[in-house]
Every structure is written in C-alpha cells, then in structure tokens.
Design a protein around this ligand. Structure first.
Ligand SMILES: Nc1ncnc2c1ncn2[C@@H]1O[C@H](COP(=O)(O)OP(=O)(O)OP(=O)(O)O)[C@@H](O)[C@H]1O
Ligand SMILES: Cc1ncc(CO)c(N)n1
Length: 271
C-alpha cells in the first residue's frame, strides 16, 4: 500500500548535487555549497570528492576519495531524489574527472556548473594542472558553464600571460558558456566576463571590496547551479549569482587569521 506520505504532491526544494571537496575551516568547498544553496531555496546533496587540510590562510594537504566511494554517494542520491542541477568544485585527480563523467551519464540534460578548482585563494594546490586539462578535454563538453577565475583560465587555456578574451577564445570550442571571474585582479572594479559560444558576451562589473575572501568562487558556482535548478535562464542566473556573491563578501567576517569568509546566510537564519 502507498502511504499518504509518499503520495504527497511534490513540494520539495530543487535538489543540487554538489561534488566538491571538504574544507574544515567551513569557508569554501561543500560547506560553502550547502550554505549558498540554502540561501537560494534549494536543497544541497553534498557528495564528497576529497578531504583537505586547510585554514583560511592556506592548504597544507588533501586526499582524494576512492572512485567507488564517490560513485556510491552520487548513485545513492540519484536513486533517491530528482537532481535538478549539478555543481562541481574540487575534483583533485584526473580519475575523479572520469568518475564525474560516469555520474553525468546518469543525469542527461541536467544543468552542470563546473568550477575548475585548482588552487586555493592562498595559492596552495588543490589539484595538478593535468586535472584542469582533463576537465577541459572531457568535462567541458557535458557542462552548461565553467566558472574559472583568470589564473585558472590561463592554466586551462595554457596561456600563462593571456587576457580573459584570449583565454576565452581558446576555451570556447570546448564549452558552451564560460564565466571568467575577476576576483584576483587589483583594479578598483571587478570585471566578470561571460562568453557564450553563440558569440554573445556580457561583462558584469562590481566595486572591488577590500580584503581577500575564502570560498568566493564556491559561493558563486553553487549559487549559479541553484539558480539554474530553479529554472532561471542562464544570463539572468549568472547575474543573480554574482549579485548574491557580492553581498556575501560585503557582509563577510574574519573568524580566523587569514581570508574573510563570505556570510552566506542572514544572522537571524533559523530564528
Ligand atoms: N575583492 C572582491 N570584491 C568584490 N567582489 C569580489 C572580490 N573577490 C571576489 N569577488 C567576487 O566573487 C566572485 C568569485 O571570486 P574569485 O574570482 O576570487 O573566485 P575564486 O578565486 O574561484 O574564489 P575561491 O578560490 O576563493 O573560491 C568574483 O566573480 C567576484 O564577483
Ligand atoms: C575544498 C575546497 N574547494 C574549493 C576551494 C577554493 O576556494 C577550497 N579552498 N577548498
């Protein structure tokens, strides 16, 4: 017999499968994904790809989970819930790129936001450049959008001194939409550039806030995945995600000795 509970009209929040690393400082990685998605009205399904040893200053070590463990986590979620979007953060190894491909083969047509995480804000490695090349060669084709910062875009494009435009020209054959973020520059304004394979381009400019932030890129990518999961159109979703991220940085706090941590949820959340 089907219980009345299982027959209820679906009234759940859109589920976003997050395949990211864990950051014990809570500023970046899966915790950033969960908080940002809660703030969008989505449900995060956090699938751990890697464990890291890091604080708000830098990364000292990381360990990538076995492929079987990651697949088992993702399969459990997919069998249980309708996944409305997928967000990728730190993958950590080339093997994990193939694991993600296997997961995505079970989610045809589901929007995929790929944040090609290779370095932490403090510069510590979260994956060799080969991971980035494997993402470009194999994952970009199944991604809706990738969100590298300019240093990551230069690695992916293999153009160490390239401008955002030059990197985009090299990368657009691999991916439909590319958002090259500008948090790492030193100009008074941050320029975030969206390049679309149909030739359209959009620049989103915001005032640069003082200080440096831990998990700004994770916040942006997971919010974007959430917005796509809610059915927002891509360019509008990029703008909403950038606006939300900027507000979380404006309200950021410094719980440790290093970078500021975005405030992704209001202080009275849950009150
Ligand atoms: N100092 C800043 N002032 C205003 N906005 C910022 C600043 N730093 C980052 N941002 C915003 O946050 C977004 C993501 O930041 P960034 O480009 O630094 O990503 P990231 O390097 O991938 O972040 P992280 O590695 O810390 O997760 C940027 O697109 C920008 O809109
Ligand atoms: C686990 C993890 N993912 C992403 C980043 C990038 O901010 C980080 N520092 N740690």
């Amino acid at each position: 017999m089907i219980s009345s509970r299982t027959m209820k009209t679906p009234n759940f929040r859109p589920v976003v499968l997050c395949m990211s690393g864990h950051d014990p400082s809570g500023g970046a990685g899966l915790q950033a994904d969960i908080e940002a998605l809660l703030a969008q009205g989505c449900h995060a399904a956090p699938t751990v790809t890697a464990l890291t040893v890091q604080d708000t200053v830098n990364v000292s070590d990381f360990r990538v989970l076995d492929r079987d463990w990651v697949l088992a986590q993702a399969r459990a979620v997919i069998a249980d819930m309708p996944v409305a979007a997928v967000k990728l953060g730190m993958l950590g190894s080339v093997d994990m790129v193939d694991t993600v491909l296997e997961v995505m083969s079970q989610l045809p047509g589901v929007p995929l936001v790929c944040d090609p995480v290779l370095r932490a804000g403090g510069g510590g490695s979260l994956g060799k450049d080969d991971v980035g090349y494997a993402m470009r060669e194999r994952l970009f084709a199944v991604s809706t959008i990738a969100t590298p910062n300019l240093p990551e875009a230069r690695i992916l494009a293999e153009l160490p001194q390239g401008s955002a435009d030059e990197c985009a020209e090299k990368l657009l054959p691999f991916i439909e939409h590319l958002l090259i973020t500008g948090g790492h520059g030193d100009e008074a304004e941050v320029h975030n550039r969206l390049y679309c394979r149909d030739g359209s381009r959009h620049t989103f400019t915001c005032a640069r806030l003082p200080g440096s932030y831990h998990g700004s890129g994770c916040t942006l990518a997971s919010t974007l995945a959430g917005r796509l999961a809610l059915g927002e159109e891509l360019v509008s979703a990029v703008k909403s995600a950038l606006d939300y991220t900027w507000r979380t940085l404006r309200d950021a706090e410094q719980p440790g000795h290093g970078q500021y941590v975005p405030r992704r949820l209001p202080l009275d959340f849950g009150a």
